[in-house]
Write a protein that binds this ligand. Structure first.
Ligand SMILES: [Zn+2]
Length: 211
């Protein structure tokens, strides 16, 4: 088997450092993948800290998630990466992280999606061109059974301008290449942070002005 090209490994290693710097992949959380040469998928192996990735931390899997690197064990969530690559032929990178803001919001949100309205940063989600709209982040119940979770997500994949979130767990974000995926991931985390702070302040702004 041809080795994973250095460019694909570098993409994953620098994404891991960036997400770690921002506190979005605590402990062994998260996983990171790229699709290269149109059909091949490189992904972080199971476990391990995403802030300290080395070329040996990255393995190759087939389109159905089967491990192609001898003796390696892919993360169970590899299936969710493969599902995104299958559904979006233009996707070149997928990021999954566990942030505090997203974890908290996804656990307290009573509806099936977190809705964001009026944020300038919507424009990070190409082809979105205006702030003057509402965008939804669909929420799915957490499940350790990946095929069942993938089946739950599948019918909604065509309506996800921001990516999606697994409740109490983490986000999935993708784009044409790693730079674009990092930008989208950061933009989504900005929205989640803002939304959490806005909801914290909401009870205060509704209080009567003290006399
Ligand atoms: Zn996870």
């Amino acid at each position: 088997m041809e080795p994973i090209p250095a460019a694909a490994q570098d993409d994953i290693i620098r994404a891991g450092r960036r997400l770690d710097q921002r506190g979005w992949v605590p402990a062994t959380a998260g996983n990171i993948s790229v699709r290269f040469e149109n059909t091949r998928i490189a992904i972080t192996r199971s476990g391990g800290h995403k802030g300290f990735l080395a070329p040996g931390s990255i393995i190759e899997v087939g389109a159905d998630g089967t491990c192609l690197t001898p003796g390696a064990r892919p993360s169970a969530e590899t299936l969710l990466h493969c599902q995104i690559y299958r559904h979006f032929p233009e996707a070149g990178a997928v990021l999954h992280g566990h942030s505090i803001a997203g974890t908290v919001l996804s656990m307290i949100e009573p509806t099936a999606a977190i809705s964001f309205t009026g944020y300038e940063l919507f424009k990070a989600f190409v082809p979105q061109r205006t702030h003057d709209t509402s965008l939804a982040l669909p929420l799915f119940p957490n499940d350790q059974d990946m095929p069942r979770l993938a089946a739950c997500i599948a019918p909604h994949l065509h309506t996800m301008p921001l990516g999606y979130y697994i409740r109490g767990h983490g986000s999935y974000v993708w784009a044409t290449d790693m730079d674009a995926a990092i930008a989208r991931f950061e933009a989504l985390e900005f929205l989640l942070d803002c939304e959490l702070q806005r909801r914290r302040l909401a009870p205060l702004t509704h209080q009567e002005t003290p006399r």
